[in-house]
Structure formats: C-alpha cells, structure tokens
Design a protein around this ligand. Structure first.
Ligand code: NOJ
Length: 745
C-alpha cells in the first residue's frame, strides 16, 4: 500500500503529462454512447447538482440519468452508493463526476495560493496539489475547481488570496504546476483529479476590487495579461474550465462565445469541458443580458457552456429551445461529448468506485512535512533590523495577538475539508519547540482581528515589559478574504494598530508576524516594530514553519507576487505598468506639504504621481529579505544582437555574502523599449530559486527566446517586434543588473 502511494506522489512529473484528451478510440466510444442517449440523459450530463442539501434526494434523478455531476459530496461510501445507481441503474450507465473545491489542500491544508506563489517554487506547488489530489481522491472526489489563475492587481478584492498574484508569467508557471499535481501523469490514475482553470476570464479585474463587479478592458490587455495562464493550462492538458461571474466589456462570461468558442476552442483547441460558475447562467438575468432563464440557457449553450452548476435553466428549457429551433441538437451533442470525453479520460467507466483502503491516511507525516515546507518558503521577510532570527538565549518571550493561537484562521479562505483541530498554531509550536527555552507568556489581547475591545491591553503590556522580545501575531481572520469578502480599507482591522502602539511603548524588541489573505497597508507600522514577517494564511503547519523561521532554523525566502501599496488610494498598483508620457521621478515628486496656498496651477513640469503618496509602492513585486545577503554581479549576455527565432542567454553571478545558508529567488525581467502597442516598464520572463552556502557564488543562466518577447499588436497578431530591449537579473522588480540587446529581422 505504501509503495502505491509513493508511486502516486512521484509520477506526476513524468512524461505523459499534457497529453490530448481526445483520441480515435475515445471519440468512437463517445459517439456510440451519444447515439444511444435520450435527450433527457443528454441534459442530465449537462447538469450539476450540489450535494449539500443531502444526496438522498438525487437517487431517483440519478437512476433516470438526469444528473451528470455532483459537487460537495465528500465521503467515499456515499459517493460509491450514488455511483452504483448511476452505473448499474441509469439507462446508459454513465458514471457521475464528483466535484469539490480543493483549493489549497484537502485535509492537509497548504498556504493560500497567494502564499504558495510567494514560494516561487513550482515543484513544491505541484507536490502540494498532488497531496491534495491523493487525499481528496480517497474521499471519492474526482474533480477540483482549481487552480484559480485570475490575475489580480487589486488587493481589496477578497479573491486575491486564491490566485497567484499580479504577474501573468508567474501565474502561468504556478497554474501549470498545480494542474500537473492534481492531474498527475495520467488522468485515469486512481489518485488523479481533473483540474479546472478558472475563472474564464478577467474576473480579477473587477472594478474597485469589489467581487462580481464589472470588467472593462482592451482585448490587448486581456490577451497579454489575463489570458496567459489559461492558455498555458490548455497546453498542459487541463481537463476543464469554469466560466467567470463577471461581465467582460458588456458580455457576461457565461454568455460569451468570444471567450469560449472563439478563443478557447477555435484558437487554443481545448478538448475538455466548460462548467458555469454557481448560478452564473441564470445570473445573466440580473446582469441585464437575458430576459429570463430560458434566454440565459440559450445564450450559455450558444456560448459553449457545457455544464450548468447548481441552477436549472438547462433542465427547464433545453427541450423547448430545441423545439423552437433556437439551439441545435449538434450543440447539445457537442457539449455532451466534451463532458463524456473527460469522463472517459478519467477512466470512470473502467473504475467508477473509490477504494479508500488503497490510499494512505489523510494528514500523514509526509503530507504534513510538505505543508510545512510550503509554509516555510511562502513567508516573506519585509523588515528586519537584526532582531531576527531570535537568539536561543532568550529568557522570556511574550506572544501576543489574536492570530497566535487561532487554528481556524491560519488555514485561510476556501477550506472545506481541513479542520481547525489539525492545525498547529504558532503558540503551540513555540511552546513545544522551547520546553527548556525561554518562558512563553501568551496574551491573546484581542479575541479576533476585528475586535475593538482594548480592555486586555494592560495585560499584554505587562507581559511585554517582562519579556526579552515580543512576537505580535496580527492580521486578518480567514473570513476577511475569499469570495465576496472584499475590503475597502486595508489597514489592520479592529484595535490592532493601537495594540502595536501600546507594545512599542514598552521599548522591547517587537517582531510583527502578519497572517492575512491579501497585502495590507502596513507602511505606517514599519518604524514601530523591529521586524515584519508576512506569512499570508500558512495552513495546517503554520506554527512549526513560523517557529523555525523566527528562531533561524531556516531563513525566510519567500518573495511577494503582488505589489504592496502604501495606501489604498494608490490602487491599482502593479509592477508591470506602462510608463506614461510623464513618468514620475523621485527628485521631482511634489509633496502636498510643499505646495504654497494660493499658488497658480501649472501644467509645466508635472509628472505622474500622487501629491500625498508619491508613486512608489510600500514593497515592490518580487521583494523579500533574508537572514543572509546576496550580491549580484557580472551580468553577461551571450550577444548584444539576436535574430528572430534565435535565443539569448542572460547570466549573472549571485553570491551569498552572509554567514548563513539560504535560498534566493533570482528574477529575470525585460523591457521592450518601443512597441506598436506601448509595453510595460518591466515584465518577468524567468526566475530560479537557488540555495547558496555562506560565501558560495553561483552563475544563474536564463535562456530567452525571441518568442518569449511576443505581445499582441493593434491587429491582434502575436508578434515579437525588432528593436531594443532592456534586460535585468535581480532580487526583485525594483533592483537588478541591467543590460540591453537588440532583435534584428
Ligand atoms: C463559486 C466560485 O466562484 C467558484 O470558484 C467555486 O468553484 C464554485 N462556487 C463552487 O463552489
């Protein structure tokens, strides 16, 4: 049994990954089946129901072939019981597909995806998804609604927690890693989950960072910024796609044949199936895009939405729409074929049941160790005046704050199957790590992050005064991010700022550890504390990972994958912005306090900045400190000129100049100086996580192909234009060694 697991965990990175879903034998089986199906059964395949209300209600419908998929039923025995009805009693014995939101772990919870991205470690992300797949599959799940690959440039948006941040390249790499992990090297394996690329498309660009809100963007921006992870997912063999809730340029995604027929099917050749989001088809009525559910169903089918999640518009109206000639049987057959193709590829016809005894236990030591590794590598050190790592000789440690011992909160958003009782909190880990070490005084002080009750501040201050160092665990509870949980104010909620002030006055060294689902505006706190470690929501193993980082067993190595603004008013703020005709410069930033009262306004010499917040973020994309220091030298380009179709090697020497072994994330950026469409000031094109011993130097080499520099021009052609480029190798998006090269025809 153990051997089987090891095989399942390892094979994901082998060669069969990314194979096509269709092949002549499958198409033949799909065709034969469709010829035998009644219209009722076809509509059934296009229908997904939620098991939350109790699955007993579905038995009869399954027997009649009226349901093709169920979400939110997670128990191998009850899934098997339902499956038996589908396979043995429904007219054509078509197995059910059981879906679940397995977003960052199943029972073993990994950091939220924004934290996972901060590891810049796709192999670790893949392993996490593999573990999630093994655990979920053992509970009867076949299909996860992940990865969410929506680019997010607005930290107010609660779902920024669920994605990989603001960069299309990084999000594509991480999405592919997750898909590999979920689907394994063979979709028909017993521990493989079908992945789902979501939400197609543009969902992360909701106006004002308010969930479900309107999205307006140019096709160039859509294709160059928001679509690359989705494109990469198709190439990686992702089995399913999910439609977004939002409208895009006036058309709700669920009714967009531009997205699903033109781009996804015709341009990209996607062979899997598309599911709506929860009720997103009927929501085309409030969107003002369909008069009623019948018209919504028609528009969704025409757009290419193969399966309806939760609502009933397909069941209620497909027959009528066919009779009236508003849709065709060919459209229905195509949707059903897309769904059946995935069911065949998953081997559900051969192996419809889950044998839970074949699987390793949930939350086993190997799973927990990987979750700890991910939590370790995802934390980002944002400030350190030398107080970290903490010395092993401390006598008394004060542990303060609402998130030091909050097992449910550290798991983060979208956790359906993880349990608070499995989570090891920072407090528990510090106590067990230090049985003979410093005495730990714990004062929760605030009951939860939004708590405004300052009555316990006195106790916290007392504990701080007696201590050699204070660890403040602040941030946001899990429920403050995620779907529909957006915030307009990104400061620490409740009385947490006041708590920082109260503790600071004790004069003790203060380490601020933040657990949160998004970037928070913490600039005003930086000079009130000695160090800041940003942990996102790190999952089940938050405690052991953070204890290791705080005491220096391992150096922090995570780097931000989203820009941290100084204040909310700067949003949207992202590193790969355009330059403008009047780009800002530090030396000419006019500060609001420097303006004389009554002076005339002038349009001369002004640049693009805010009078009160300048133009720089608090922390740039790619930023993160370490307990050691890295020196970047000797940028070398294999050539100063390359021809179309050729490639260029860019290399630099990275040296660990400190006294600790640590990982560094080396980043490659380019800037295309002039374009048919203006180009961003920087674009990430590669990265590498390397480990360096003290004093060690490594040459890191990147290969850039001219096709890596392509973008969509005004004619919507994907082209690399000749001309000059800047290239940087550096530790983040704001620093680095710069070179230049030219592409010639
Ligand atoms: C709505 C969310 O937008 C989607 O991401 C999720 O997968 C479904 N609900 C199912 O829970």
């Amino acid at each position: 049994m153990r051997r089987i697991l090891i095989l399942w965990l390892c094979t994901a990175s082998l060669s069969a990954f990314g194979e096509r879903l269709s092949n002549p034998r499958t198409e033949e089986r799909v065709g034969r089946l469709i010829r035998n199906m009644t219209l009722e059964e076809k509509i059934g395949q296009m229908t997904q129901r939620s098991g939350r209300g109790g699955v007993k209600a579905f038995r009869e419908e399954i027997r009649l072939g009226r349901i093709g998929s169920i979400l939110n039923e997670v128990d191998a025995d009850s899934v098997n019981a339902l499956q038996r009805i589908a396979v043995e009693e429904s007219p054509n014995g078509i197995p059910l597909l059981i879906g679940r939101d397995v977003i960052h772990g199943f029972r073993t919870i990994f950091p939220i995806p924004l934290g996972l991205a901060a590891t810049w470690n796709p192999a670790l992300v893949e392993k996490g998804a593999r573990i999630a797949a093994v655990e979920a599959a053992s509970s009867g799940v076949h299909w996860t609604f992940a990865p969410m690959m929506d680019i997010a440039r607005d930290p107010r948006w609660g779902r920024i927690a669920e994605g990989f941040g603001e960069d299309p390249y990084l999000a594509a790499v991480m999405s592919v890693a997750m898909i590999r992990g979920f689907q394994g090297d063979d979709l028909s394996g017993p521990a493989s989950l079908a992945a789902c690329a979501k939400h197609f498309a543009g969902y992360g660009a909701a106006e004002g960072g308010r969930d479900y809100n309107t999205v307006m963007m140019s096709e160039n921006e859509l294709r160059d910024v928001y679509l690359p992870p989705f494109r990469a997912s198709v190439d990686a063999g992702c089995a399913t796609f999910m439609a977004a809730f939002n409208e895009l340029n006036g058309v709700p995604a669920s009714g967009s044949s531009f997205l699903f027929r033109r781009i996804l099917r015709d341009e990209w050749g996607f062979e899997g199936f598309v599911v709506s989001d929860w009720a997103s088809i009927t929501q085309m009525v409030p969107h003002g895009f369909a008069a009623d559910h019948k018209q919504a169903a028609e528009k969704a089918i025409r757009a290419g939405i193969d399966m309806e999640m939760q609502t009933d518009s397909y069941v209620a109206h497909i027959r009528e729409l066919l009779d009236e000639g508003r849709i065709t049987m060919a459209m229905i057959d195509e949707a059903v074929a897309n769904i059946l193709r995935v069911k065949f590829a998953m081997g559900l016809f051969e192996r419809p049941y889950t044998d839970a005894s074949l699987f390793p236990p949930l939350l086993n030591a190997e799973h927990l160790e990987s979750a700890k590794q991910a939590a370790l590598q995802s934390a980002v050190l944002l400030k350190n005046n030398g107080v970290l790592p903490l010395s092993g000789n401390l006598k008394r440690l004060a542990v303060i704050g609402p998130l030091a011992d909050a097992p449910h909160e550290q798991l983060g958003t979208w956790v359906f199957d993880g349990r608070a009782e499995d989570a090891v909190t920072p407090l528990a880990a510090l106590r067990s790590r230090l049985p003979n070490g410093p005495h730990v005084d714990y004062v929760q002080t605030l009951a939860y992050s939004r708590d405004r009750d300052t009555r316990n501040f006195g106790r916290a201050v007392k504990a701080a005064k007696k201590s050699d160092a204070v660890l403040l665990f602040l941030g946001e509870e899990a429920i403050l991010s995620g779907e529909a949980h957006c915030r307009a104010d990104l400061n620490l909620p409740g009385a947490q700022d006041a708590l920082v002030d109260a503790i600071r006055k004790t004069g003790r060294p203060v380490v601020l550890v933040i657990l949160a689902g998004r970037p928070l505006t913490i600039g005003h706190l930086l000079d009130r504390v000695d160090a800041v470690l940003y942990a996102f929501h790190p999952g089940t193993m938050a405690g052991p990972a953070l204890a290791d980082l705080l005491f220096g067993t391992e150096s922090p190595s995570g780097k931000l994958t989203v820009t941290f603004p100084k204040v909310v008013g700067q949003i949207p703020m992202y590193y790969n912005h355009k330059n403008t005709g009047r780009p800002p410069r530090a030396e000419s930033w006019v500060h609001i306090d420097a303006i004389e009262v009554g002076v005339w306004q002038t349009s001369l010499g002004n640049e693009s900045h805010y009078l009160d917040a300048g133009f720089l973020p608090e922390f740039p994309f790619g930023y993160g400190l370490s307990y050691t220091a890295f020196d970047y030298r000797n940028l070398k380009l294999s050539s100063g000129t390359i021809r179309h179709g050729d490639s260029l090697t860019v290399a630099a020497d990275i040296r660990n100049t400190g006294s600790l072994a640590a990982d560094e994330i080396v980043q490659l950026y380019i800037r295309d100086r002039v374009g048919d469409i203006t180009r961003p000031v920087k674009e990430l094109k590669g990265f590498r996580r390397i480990r360096l011993e003290p004093g060690e130097t490594r040459t890191v080499r990147f290969t850039l192909k001219t096709e890596d520099l392509a973008f969509h021009n005004r004619k919507m052609e994907f082209v690399t234009e000749p001309g000059w480029f800047h290239v940087w190798i550096g530790p983040n998006s704001a620093e680095g060694l710069r070179g230049e090269f030219e592409i010639v025809q």
